[in-house]
Design a protein around this ligand. Structure first.
Ligand code: PMP
Length: 441
C-alpha cells in the first residue's frame, strides 16, 4: 500500500520555489495537494510520480485538460511532427484539419477562431455578443466559472427577488482588487436550474441583454446537470428576446464527446467556448465557435480578436490529433473511458457506504464530482462552504493515499485509464474514506 511515506524532497524543493513564487503555486484555486506541496517528475498513462518517488493516480488531470493521459503515443507523434516542422508561424498546414474537425463534430461550430486560454476566449465571445446585439449586459449564474477576468468572477445573489445587487464578499472564486464598476455595469447574476426565476428575469430584462453565459453542465458548481427543460427554456427565451446564448464548454468539450455537451444534450447555442481538453491537455489552446452571422463580425473586422500566438502550429496540431483520436470508431476510446470512470465512481461510493460516510457521485462520467452528503445537489447555489469543507477533507485524504482529485471533488478520467488503475484505486479509496469519516465525524 503506497501511503505517502516521505515527502521530504517535495517539501525542501517547495521552500526553494516559494522564495520567488507567491505561495509556491502557479494558481490559487483548490490545489489537490494543498496539504503537502507536490512537485512531479514524470508521468505515464494515468500515473504521476513526484520528487520523492511516490506514485499517484492522476484524476486531477490538470483541471481536466489532460484527457489523453500522460505520454499518449499518437498524440506525442503529432506534437513531435509539429515541433520538428515549424514551431512558430501564423498559419500552417495543420489549420484546415483542426478547423474542419471542430466544424464537423460540434453542432454550433459553423465557424471557429482559436485562442490560448479559456479566460481570454470568453471575453471574445462576450464582445461578439455585444457587437451583434448592440447591448451591453449579460446574464451569468451562481457558482459557474468562466475564467479569471473581473467581469465574470464570483458573486452571490443578495436578494432572491432581484438579480442585482450582488454580494462579492467572501464568495467562492471571488477576488480582491476587482474593478467594481465593470461588475455592477456588466452582468446580472441568477441561481441556475430555476425556470421560474429565469422566466421572470427575462420578462423584465430580456430586451436589455446581449448574452446569457452558462456551463451546459455546471461542473464548477459541483457537476450538476441541467434539470429537464432548463436549457431548452434558456434557448427559447434567448431566441425570443434576440439574446446570444453562449455555452462555456471549457470542461465538457471533448470529455463528454467530440460534439461536446451541446450534442449530447441536444441544445445548440449561438456561440460556444472551448479549451483545456481540445488540445489533448499537453498544450494551451482555446476556441470560440459559433454561428456564421455572429462569427462573421471577426471577418469584417468590426470585432477585434487578436493574440500573438493564436492558431500557433503546436496548438492546431494538438487539436487535430485530439479530435482525430477521439472521433475514431464512433468515439470508442471515450466510451471506454466513461465505462472505467463509472467503475471508479461505483468503487468510491461502495467504499464510503461501507464505513457509513454519506457520499454521492454526480455528473456524467468524464466530468463527475463526489460530495460528502446523501443526495445529489440540485443547484450550484447549494454547493456551500460547509459541504466544500467536507469534500476537501476527503480529497486531501485521497491525496495522502496516492489519488489526486481536482478542484475540491472532481475525478477526471483520461483515455488511458485501465483495469490496473481501478485496482490501484480501490484500496486507496478504502483507506481515504475511513480517514475522512473520522475527521468529518
Ligand atoms: N470556463 C470554465 C467552465 C472553466 O472551467 C475554466 C477553467 N477552469 C475557464 C473557463 C477558464 O479557462 P482558463 O483557465 O484556461 O483561463
Amino acid at each position: 500500500m503506497t501511503v505517502l511515506q516521505t515527502v521530504s524532497r517535495n517539501l525542501e524543493y517547495h521552500q526553494r520555489v516559494k522564495r520567488v513564487l507567491p505561495g509556491g503555486v502557479h494558481y490559487n484555486f483548490n490545489m489537490p495537494w494543498a496539504e503537502v506541496p507536490l512537485h512531479f517528475v514524470d508521468g505515464a498513462g494515468s500515473r504521476l510520480r513526484d520528487m520523492d518517488g511516490n506514485e499517484y493516480l492522476d484524476l486531477y488531470a490538470r483541471f481536466g485538460a489532460m484527457v489523453l493521459g500522460h505520454r499518449n503515443e499518437d498524440y506525442l507523434d503529432a506534437l513531435s511532427e509539429a515541433l520538428e516542422r515549424v514551431l512558430c508561424v501564423s498559419h500552417c498546414d495543420f489549420d484546415a484539419d483542426a478547423l474542419e474537425l471542430m466544424n464537423t463534430h460540434i453542432p454550433s461550430a459553423e465557424m471557429v477562431r482559436f485562442g490560448l486560454s479559456g479566460t481570454e476566449i470568453l471575453q471574445t465571445a462576450l464582445r461578439l455578443a455585444r457587437a451583434h446585439t448592440g447591448r451591453n449586459r449579460f446574464l451569468r449564474f451562481e457558482n459557474h466559472y468562466h475564467g479569471n477576468a473581473d467581469n465574470v468572477m464570483g458573486g452571490r445573489v443578495l436578494d432572491p427577488a432581484r438579480p442585482v445587487p450582488v454580494d462579492f464578499r467572501g464568495d467562492y472564486k471571488g477576488t480582491a482588487g476587482r474593478a467594481t464598476d465593470v461588475m455592477a455595469d456588466q452582468s446580472f447574476l441568477l441561481p441556475w436550474n430555476d425556470a421560474d426565476r429565469l422566466e421572470d428575469f427575462f420578462q423584465t430584462y430580456g430586451e436589455t441583454l446581449a448574452a446569457v453565459l452558462t456551463e451546459p453542465i455546471c461542473v464548477n458548481g459541483g457537476s450538476i446537470e441541467p434539470l429537464p427543460g432548463f436549457l431548452e427554456l434558456l434557448r427559447r427565451l434567448c431566441t425570443e428576446h434576440g439574446v446570444v446564448l453562449i455555452f462555456d464548454e471549457m470542461i465538457t468539450g471533448v470529455r463528454l464527446g467530440v460534439g461536446g455537451a451541446q450534442k449530447r444534450l441536444g441544445v445548440t447555442p449561438d456561440l460556444s467556448t472551448f479549451g483545456k481538453a481540445i488540445g489533448g491537455g499537453g498544450v494551451p489552446v482555446s476556441a470560440v465557435v459559433g454561428k456564421r452571422e455572429i462569427m462573421g463580425l471577426l471577418e469584417s473586422k468590426q470585432v477585434i480578436h487578436a493574440g500573438t500566438y493564436n492558431g500557433y502550429p503546436l496548438g492546431t496540431a494538438a487539436v487535430k490529433a485530439t479530435y482525430e483520436i477521439f472521433a475514431r470508431d464512433d468515439e470508442a476510446l471515450l466510451h471506454a473511458m466513461h465505462r472505467r470512470a463509472a467503475a471508479l465512481q461505483d468503487i468510491l461510493t461502495l467504499e464510503a457506504h461501507r464505513v457509513g460516510l454519506p457520499l454521492v457521485v454526480q455528473g456524467p462520467p468524464g466530468v463527475s464530482a463526489f460530495h460528502c452528503r446523501a443526495t445529489p445537489l440540485e443547484r450550484p447555489s447549494d454547493y456551500d462552504f460547509e459541504l466544500m469543507g467536507k469534500d476537501i477533507i476527503l480529497a486531501t485524504a485521497m491525496q495522502r493515499h496516492g489519488v489526486l482529485i481536482s478542484s475540491i471533488s472532481r475525478m477526471y478520467p483520461n483515455a488511458q485509464l485501465s483495469e490496473d488503475d481501478l485496482d490501484f484505486f480501490q484500496p486507496r479509496a478504502r483507506r481515504a474514506v475511513a480517514e475522512a469519516k473520522q475527521s468529518i465525524d
